[in-house]
Ligand binder design. Structure first.
Ligand code: LLP
Length: 431
């Protein structure tokens, strides 16, 4: 089993955190997003404890809500001592409605609208991660109108190319996120921000990409960010209190993927930063990280009901499921590998070679290709593992397929956290 919260019971059914997946499917219907809350908490603790041990006071992980944003996640994040990274008015509102403290929100976005900036300032968002000069003027105006000094971080790009998918590789010079160091524009960005009324620059933000397995990439990022901070100190006399290194720790989706040791990665980053600071005589900044995937991905499983199989003689066999790219577009978008099991026969040999096809009118609607699982009958429950991140968050109503429900598991019990979408919900906005 890919994760230690998965097991098989006497009935041969897959269990998630000790709960029978077939019983969950029977109670809540399919497709169903299942989130093991204890696993989320364990992942949070790995960050909180390591950052506490290896980094200066005030360092903390901020949960990147883009990975999975719904009201029920925020109390968990808060109880575990994390802040949150939010990227839109919608994410800010979700966190606030859930009771999350505004001052622990870090508001991201490469093109925040005037309305979003005004809303964030009014609600008391703790820190804006300013992406570019376009938004700085609006933020300054709003902060002054509310008679506050808004804390900000400046988002810069360090010009790094970690080996990950192009679509989620954001640290390169040619990127729509942040301002590049290499071209000299980031220094100018800092110069202007430091002279802007109504804002206080706390430091710098950089995010190099997602699903990264090697700590070396983060150490390179630290080197480049520190070199930039030193040039800002030398040129402008400003010393950053905060380095926000973004998210990006990878998680295994299939057995062949490596596992990232969160604590070891953080220890390596901390040691590297502290050496660099000693070498350059730079005061050690507090560090923020923005993990999304590594908090929720391996806590999530999606359950489907198999509609049966279809074999195209001489080609391949398909397993048809009652969801697909509408609840998980990641294979269609990135060809992301997934581990798929027949949850109704989890102890049987996985010897049926097949492709898992969704129900949309589109041949790209697949969840996994050329995998093996125990041959399903119509009605069997199919489990796709590691779907906690960027599945619910990226779901759609393509073909007017309804969005699944989401249940959270804790202490051996399941509770509904997001209702299954209904036809009435689907039509609610239409006049
Ligand atoms: N911080 C910033 C500024 C980000 O842009 C991201 C992710 C994160 C933090 C969180 O990164 P994580 O720890 O989750 O790797 N939809 C893609 C992933 C896009 C990631 C976008 N930014 C996927 O499904 O793989």
């Amino acid at each position: 089993m890919l994760y230690d919260n998965l097991s098989v019971n006497d009935a041969g059914h897959l269990c998630i955190a000790g709960i029978d997946a077939c019983e969950l499917a029977a109670e809540f219907g399919t497709p169903l997003y299942v989130l093991d809350e204890d696993r989320v908490r364990k992942n949070c603790r790995a960050y909180v404890e390591a950052m506490h041990s290896y980094l200066p006071e005030g360092s903390r992980p901020l949960y990147a809500g883009k990975a999975l944003c719904f009201k029920g996640i925020y109390p968990v994040i808060e109880e575990e001592g994390m802040g949150a990274d939010v990227v839109s008015g919608g994410e800010v509102a979700t966190a606030l409605v859930a009771g999350f403290p505004a001052d622990l929100l870090f508001f991201h976005g490469s093109n925040k609208t005037d309305a979003e900036i005004a809303y964030g300032v009014e609600k008391g968002v703790g820190c804006f991660v300013v992406d570019n000069l376009n938004e700085l003027g609006v933020l300054s105006r709003e902060a002054q109108a509310h008679d506050i000094t808004q804390r900000i971080l400046l988002r810069v790009t360090v010009g790094l190319d970690p080996h990950t998918l192009a679509a989620i590789n954001t640290g390169k010079v040619d990127s729509q996120f942040g301002v590049p160091i290499e071209t000299g524009q980031a220094l100018e960005f800092a110069r202007q921000a430091l002279a802007t009324p109504g804002v206080e620059v706390m430091g710098f933000h950089s995010h190099i990409g997602s699903q990264i397995f090697e700590p070396d990439s983060f150490c390179d990022q630290v080197d480049r960010l520190l070199a930039f901070a030193c040039s800002v100190r030398d040129e402008l006399g400003f010393v950053a209190q905060t380095f926000n290194l973004g998210g990006g720790f990878g998680v295994p989706y299939v057995e062949e993927d490596p596992t990232v040791d969160i604590a070891a990665n953080i220890a390596a980053i901390a040691a590297h930063l502290s050496d660099g600071c000693a070498r350059t005589n730079y005061p050690m900044p507090r560090v923020l990280l923005e993990p999304g995937r590594s908090i929720v991905a391996n806590a999530g499983v999606t359950l489907y009901t198999a509609g049966g199989t279809k074999t195209i003689e001489g080609y391949r066999s398909y397993v048809m499921v009652d969801g697909g790219m509408t609840d998980n577009p990641r294979y269609a978008l990135y060809k992301s590998a997934y581990t798929v099991l027949n949850a109704s026969h989890a102890a049987d040999d996985a010897d049926f070679a097949c492709t898992i096809a969704g129900r949309c009118c589109e041949s790209g609607d697949r969840i996994a290709e050329d995998i093996t699982l125990a041959r399903p009958e119509r009605g069997d429950i199919i489990a796709v593992l590691t779907t906690g991140a960027y599945n619910f968050a990226m779901s759609s109503n393509y073909n007017r397929v309804l969005r699944p429900a989401l249940v959270m598991l804790r202490d051996g019990k399941a509770r509904l956290a997001v209702h299954r979408q209904t036809i009435d919900d689907l039509l609610a906005l239409e006049v």
